[in-house]
Design a protein around this ligand. Structure first.
Ligand SMILES: [Zn+2]
Length: 448
């Protein structure tokens, strides 16, 4: 037994980042398995959880739940049900052959799969299967399970998993389950899959994008519900038009250019609803007011409004010169990529905006900055020449903006450096945002 469990002891220790000694883990594991008679899977997961670790970090012969899957895993075991299974003819190096694709589900989530080899039995929708040694990849922003030559698939008793909910009736394809997780747009997070939502299409356009093996049409634009707006991409023509109210089941969420975006494809169920099911276009088209803390938790947002105090003007604000090649702001006449170049003048503000719940970097472009200064870029160049310093413009902006309450509207992106808003509209406010922030904090923390 000791030899049998040694690799699993290593696995647990590694999943716990070495916080607990192997000796202790070995004792616990042996107890769970031999004394309490729980399965090795359950024992390993319980021990990791007990010590504050994440069972998803276990890698050795441990069955995972679908929700725990991440892209790029090389050896995945699952107990799952075929929610849907379809055949497809593809051209391979060895001529045409048939592969299977569809959706696997367990009580935690569903995931698309592709079986590149024939299965040892005729698979049917609803079958419960044990999958060993599968691998995962990322495909169009969501995890996909691949069953390859090393993968073993065996059929299990139907009651090995709770029954699947009845699939939606009357949809265009039987591919997607009803177990889609309902979500408001404001709740959508990068990595969510099989999401169900109702939204109104605010804008949509057809684009062609390069994908493996040629061009593909994608229908993208902006959708909104009462809570927020989101960019979306539909990888199939669902005949969407501006103003349509749609119900989508089986969407997934992926960050695109630093903002969570909703995507759906031929596996999704898309139905048009009555116009009255959501507020009208004009209402949903407004920019929702959000707290920076919520934007931070959400990972950015489309067309949101924040109110805060501009607490600092960052370096690179004011009159700047940009590289003619790449538009990067020059430092002392030098582009980071193209070296010494003759730059073109521009005006911008990079400022820290704080609303009491958090802070973001707000970037104001030339037009907004000209408006704030009430000067054109040419006037700023003349002023800088006279003062023999570019800094004079930055100082003017600091006098105007620092410590002022500001309302700013725009897209907020999120990356390793934090949140950044590309400001579309801004105004200096008269309201007391400090007071608002204090009220919000009191609401969060309760009265003192
Ligand atoms: Zn450059």
């Amino acid at each position: 037994m000791k030899d049998d469990i040694a690799p699993h002891v290593h696995d647990i220790t590694r999943a716990l980042g070495g916080r607990v000694s192997e000796l202790e883990i070995e004792k616990e594991l042996s107890n769970y398995v031999n004394v309490y008679r729980v399965s090795l899977d359950t024992a390993k997961r319980s021990i990791v959880k007990k010590h504050g670790g994440n069972p998803a970090h276990l890698s050795l012969g441990v069955q995972k739940t679908i929700r725990e899957l991440a892209p790029g895993e090389n050896s995945v075991d699952l107990l799952a049900r075929f929610v849907s299974v379809n055949e497809k003819r593809i051209d391979s190096e060895n001529g045409p052959r048939t592969i299977l694709y569809g959706i696997l589900g367990d009580p935690t989530a569903t995931v698309p799969f592709t079986a590149w080899e024939p299965l040892p039995f005729e698979p049917a929708r609803g079958d419960v299967v044990r999958v060993q040694n599968a691998y995962t990849k990322e495909y169009r922003g969501q995890v996909q399970v691949n069953l390859g030559t090393r993968t073993v698939v065996t059929r299990e008793a139907a009651d090995a998993l709770p029954p699947a909910p009845a699939a939606a009736v009357g949809g265009p394809a039987p591919a997607v389950v009803a177990r889609a997780t309902p979500a408001k747009i404001v709740e959508m997070r990068e990595g969510s899959s099989n999401v169900a939502f109702t939204a109104r299409v605010l804008a949509v356009e057809r684009r062609e994008v390069d994908v493996e093996g040629g061009k593909k049409a994608v229908y993208s634009g902006v959708i909104a519900d009462e809570t927020a707006k989101s960019q979306f991409s539909a990888w199939k023509d669902f005949d969407l038009h501006e103003g349509d109210v749609v119900r989508v089941e089986g969407a997934y969420v992926k960050s695109w250019r630093g903002i969570p975006q909703v995507s759906f494809d031929e596996r999704a169920l898309v139905a048009k609803l009555a116009d009255a099911d959501l507020p009208p276009l004009e209402e949903l088209g407004r920019s929702p007011r959000m707290w920076i803390e919520d934007l931070s938790e959400r990972g950015g947002g489309v067309d949101v409004t924040v109110r805060g105090i501009l607490i600092d003007l960052k370096e690179g604000s004011g009159l700047v010169y940009r590289c003619p090649e790449c538009k990067r702001v020059l430092r002392k006449g030098v582009c980071r990529i193209h070296g010494e170049v003759t730059g073109g003048p521009d005006l911008r503000v990079k400022a820290v905006l704080d609303d009491g719940s958090g802070a973001l970097t707000a970037v104001f472009g030339r037009e907004l900055t000209e408006g704030l200064l009430d000067k054109t870029v040419e006037e700023c160049i003349a002023q800088a020449k006279e003062a023999m310093s570019q800094e004079v413009i930055r100082d003017d902006l600091a006098d105007l903006l620092v410590a002022q309450p500001i309302e700013a509207r725009g897209n907020v992106t999120s990356d390793d450096y934090g949140l950044m808003m590309i400001v579309d509209q801004a105004k200096v406010l008269k309201v007391d945002v400090r007071e608002e922030a204090r009220v919000m904090l009191e609401e969060l923390e309760g009265p003192a």
